[in-house]
Each structure stands twice: as C-alpha cells, then as structure tokens.
Write a new protein. Structure first.
Length: 201
C-alpha cells in the first residue's frame, strides 16, 4: 500500500495485478508518498478514506492464479517449487497455502473489502486505465507508468488449464468473475482466438 497527499490517493497492491509496476510508478512520480507493507490492505486509522482516491489492480482470475503460481514456484523452492500447477490449485481451494507460510489467494475484490476502494485498473488494459485515472485530473500530465516484475518467461497461461482446474479456479475466484465480468470460458485457447478475430464495432 502506498499513500500520497498530493495527489491525494491510496493504492492497494493486490498481488499479480501489476502492483509492483504501479507502486514504483507512484513512488517515482511522487517521492514524498508514504509506503506501507507491499500487500497490506488495512489503511491506518488516521487516514480518512473519504478524503482519498482509493484504487487497486484487477486481472483475469485464471491468469492471476497462474502468475501467482509461477512467481511462488521461483520464490518458494521448498514448497511451491516442488508442486505442479494442479497441486497449487488444490492447496489454494482447500485453504492450505498457509500451511507453508503463504498468504491465501482470494479474489481481488476480497483483498480490498472494507477499504473504500472505488476504482480498479485492469491488467489487460493497464496503460489505458492508468492514463484515465481520475486522480490525475488536476495534474499537468499523466505520470509515466514504469513496467516491472513480470514473469521473465513468455507463456500462455491458458495452457495450464484443464476443464477441471478451470472449474476449481472459477469457483474459488467467482467474486472477481462476477464483479469484473471476466468470462467463465476465457481459460480456453479457442476463446482467445475468438477475441482476436472479433470485429470492432
């Protein structure tokens, strides 16, 4: 979490939603901002939520779960580093990640529940949503978006899924599918090809 007085904003860093890039961008543009724990969601009591523009990131839940798995595969070699994606999903949906000292992987809307968050930047249209943030309206220009912390290898997250795994992730992350309107079938490679060839209105 990062809190700025000028412009008056609070950014809540939901994991694997470009949160590191957004945090670094804010820090670079506004060095006087105060940074708290990276994925802390509890806003300190002396900051009145209604005086700040509170926002966070969002991402297709299928993609976010794969991204979190790959990140933890590298950073936790003695636990997730020994698991297949299937095993990661099983531990996630059974709420067993904490057994290995890992935070759970709830939907983005549950990460920010009760924080006063009113706006989300979608990973899939990061630059467009960043540029359109109401927080920049009184500035002379939009702060530059710094890109960081992406998984180093190119991959198609859809290839990690079977129908059974997709069903489990959908059930676990349904709050995000409902809130943001991500398609239940978006895990299918054929869905991506259809989107690529869909005519523009």
């Amino acid at each position: 979490m990062i809190i700025c007085e000028q412009p008056r904003l609070i950014f809540l860093a939901v994991p694997r939603t470009a949160s590191t890039a957004i945090t670094r961008s804010i820090e670079k543009a506004f060095p006087d901002c105060e940074k708290f724990g990276q994925h802390r969601m509890q806003i300190p009591g002396h900051y009145s939520q209604d005086r700040y523009f509170v926002f966070a990131g969002a991402r297709n839940p299928y993609a976010r779960v794969v991204s979190h798995y790959l990140h933890r595969f590298r950073t936790h070699p003695l636990s997730v580093g020994l698991w297949t994606f299937t095993e990661y999903v099983q531990n996630m949906v059974r709420n067993r990640l904490r057994w290995w000292g890992l935070s759970g992987d709830p939907p983005a809307v549950k990460w920010v529940q009760g924080t006063g968050c009113t706006h989300f930047i979608r990973y899939e249209q990061l630059e467009v949503d960043w540029a359109a943030l109401p927080a920049w309206q009184e500035l002379e220009s939009v702060p530059r978006l710094v890109k960081a912390n992406a998984n180093p290898e190119k991959y198609d997250w859809r290839h990690f899924y079977t129908q059974d795994l997709a069903r489990k992730v959908y059930d676990h992350q349904q709050a995000d599918f409902d809130f943001f309107g991500y398609e239940k079938a978006s895990w299918r490679p054929a869905f991506a090809r259809q989107q690529e060839h869909r005519p523009v209105a």
